[in-house]
Design a binder for this molecule. Structure first.
Ligand code: NAD
Length: 433
């Protein structure tokens, strides 16, 4: 699509917005529930399309899981609302807080969870009366296009429009970020692009929700049970082949149990079937694109010179990269400091817990983190010391629709999910009278 196509999509969204905002709260909730039902009714078709364009397997925490999650999120979000609040009602006067839609919301999504993240953007925006123009990643537009085609059966015309194109011909994301007809951008993607969105949005003072990159640390305390936590550590790190914003990307393990944790992780990881995503037996697939494959290959090749490769380490055929575990690394190594966004987990040995917390926090990212221990109270106390938007205990990356999710530091601004996420799609108006 061209910039002129975007102009038409925005004009359509602007024309539809007052009517959509005038629909009753119940009507909009009903339509959002219908979107959830569409995802459920067409789940297998969407999952197969998603596997074919993204690479993630149908099974495991792959495409069927993603479409199921999208349906669950849409259904839960349909049930949320932000009724007016009476802040004061006494002899001095009455003060009411109303939440009104921002107007037209532009959604820009990445290639790792093309359907789930689109639903995270679209449904809360629609729920509170905005219309939406959405733009998927040029690398994964197909399942999103099919979803919008299906959604057009339940949404009034102009309420949700999708624009797609190759960033090299015309950068539609950049055009959206500076477009005078778009009132807010919800963006999920890299920190570098997030900065560009912020710059482009300055001219029109758009509202922004930015969900950016992460380099989540996990800290394993000396009292953790290696055999019990290996599965959770694996999925924390390797969900979607590590191409996940809030995946475990650096693992700090106490010296007392370091070797046992490494052994348990190797044992669990070596049994995971990696293969063609359309094969029902596959649990992990290939990387999604050549650019990311080259990033992961480069970081792993370099780290292998300094650390010990416990498993994997060498690129496979095509875009397949085997799940890789590398011990003996430290902060300062690019595989530790940078977001690898792929199936390679650096393991860092530590002796001093305060030092591990300092090392975990010594990073510009602040999306998620985790603490692994047999003592939940001790783990919770340590969790509060981590500089990140979400911290999990004895698991990693388990987001849910009733808990706000967002990054601190360079990992973004604003939150999604729950009432807090809904409120980001509104502007406040206070009536004093
Ligand atoms: P990316 O930043 O390259 O692209 C994201 C989107 O931005 C794409 O749709 C792209 O077409 C668009 N875009 C490109 N240039 C643009 C511009 N100048 N202005 C506006 N939009 C533009 O990210 P990616 O490689 O697709 O995704 C991977 C990154 O996303 C990782 O860093 C990952 O951590 C992050 N991510 C974050 C979250 C989160 O919730 N915090 C979730 C998923 C992914």
């Amino acid at each position: 699509m061209t910039a002129a196509d975007l102009d038409r999509a925005v004009a359509r969204a602007r024309a539809a917005q007052p009517g959509w905002a005038a629909a009753s709260d119940d009507q909009r909730a009903e339509v959002c529930r219908a979107l959830a039902a569409l995802l459920t009714d067409h789940s297998e078709e969407l999952a197969r399309l998603l596997t074919q364009e993204q690479g993630k397997p149908l099974n495991g925490l792959g495409s069927r899981w993603e479409i199921g999650g999208a349906a669950a999120w849409a259904g839960y979000t349909a049930g949320l609302s932000l009724p007016p609040k009476v802040l004061q009602d006494d002899a001095a006067g009455r003060v009411e807080l109303h939440r009104k839609p921002v107007g037209v919301v532009g959604s820009i999504t990445p290639w790792n969870f093309p359907v789930l993240i689109a639903i995270w953007h679209i449904v809360p925006a629609l729920r509170v009366g905005n219309t939406v123009v959405m733009k998927p990643s040029p690398l994964t537009p197909l399942a999103a296009l099919r979803f919008v085609e299906l959604a057009s059966a339940v949404l009034p015309a102009g309420v949700l429009t999708i624009v797609t194109g190759d960033d090299r011909a015309v950068n539609l994301g950049a055009e959206m970020s500076s477009h005078p007809g778009i009132d807010k951008i919800v963006f999920t993607g890299s920190i570098a692009t997030g900065r560009q969105v912020m710059r482009s949005a300055a001219g029109t003072l758009k509202r922004l929700t930015l969900e950016l990159g992460g380099n989540d640390a996990g800290i394993v305390l000396p009292d953790a049970d290696p055999g019990l936590i290996a599965e959770g550590l694996f999925w924390g790190a390797f969900i979607n082949n590590g191409q996940t914003c809030a995946a475990l990307k650096r693992l700090y393990v106490h010296d007392d149990i370091h070797d046992q944790v490494c052994e348990a992780l190797v044992e669990y990881t070596r049994n995971i079937p990696v293969g063609d995503g359309m094969d029902e037996a596959s649990i992990l697939g290939p990387l999604q694109n050549r650019m990311q494959f080259d990033v992961v290959s480069g970081l792993v090749a370099s780290a292998a010179n300094r650390g010990q490769v416990l498993l994997g380490g060498k690129p496979g055929e095509g875009l397949f990269f085997p799940p890789t575990l590398i011990a003996g690394l430290a902060n300062g190594d690019p595989l530790v400091d940078r977001e690898q966004f792929g199936p390679a987990l650096p393991i860092i040995r530590y002796t001093d817990i305060a030092g591990a917390v300092a090392a975990a926090n010594d990073n510009p990212n602040g999306l998620g983190g985790s603490v692994w221990s047999s003592d939940p109270d001790a783990a919770r106390a340590l969790a509060l010391q981590l500089e990140c938007g979400s911290v999990w205990i004895n698991k990693h990356g388990a987001v849910q629709p009733n808990a706000p999710f967002g990054g601190v530091k360079s990992s973004g601004m604003g939150v999604q999910f729950a009432e807090e996420g809904l409120a980001e799609n509104t502007v406040a108006q206070v009536v004093f009278g």
